[in-house]
Design a protein around this ligand. Structure first.
Ligand code: DGP
Length: 120
């Protein structure tokens, strides 16, 4: 693992959840990532998985810390295995047009109901 300090933005909501400064319903965590329930669930299972480090979206995360992106995917799969038999949709909104509202990379783990396609 890198000895560089992890990037953090003290104004960022999800950095503050990672730091324990804002409460969240945490369901899983490891060295790279934290998983907590979404405040506005869109499915019976709706958990956000965020890297501990601050990157604004999945693209900057992929370039800046690919290991952390793998860690996010691994933790998402664990949540789905624990709570929904391993089935899940994994959504990264990236940019306002794609409905991103919190600019700390996060994947939505969605499950527990039949999903439609195409997504809205
Ligand atoms: P997105 O639109 O992809 O940026 O998703 C952001 C999600 O974050 C949205 O589904 C609602 C959720 N959210 C916003 N604020 C909070 C919060 O303070 N706590 C939790 N647990 N979820 C939040």
């Amino acid at each position: 693992m890198s000895s560089e300090p992890r990037p953090r933005d003290p104004q960022c909501l999800f950095c503050r959840i990672v730091a324990g400064e804002i409460p969240a319903d945490v369901v899983a965590e490891d060295e790279q990532a934290l998983a907590f329930r979404d405040l506005e669930p869109q499915a019976p299972l709706h958990v956000l998985v965020v890297p501990r480090a601050h990157y604004p979206d999945i693209g900057t995360l992929a370039h800046g810390d690919p290991d952390a992106l793998v860690g996010v995917a691994r933790l998402a799969a664990k949540v789905a295995a624990d709570e929904n038999g391993g089935q899940f949709r994994f959504v990264f909104n990236s940019g306002r047009q794609a409905h991103q509202s919190v600019f700390h990379a996060h994947g939505h783990v969605l499950g527990g109901r039949d999903m439609t396609w195409p997504p809205g």
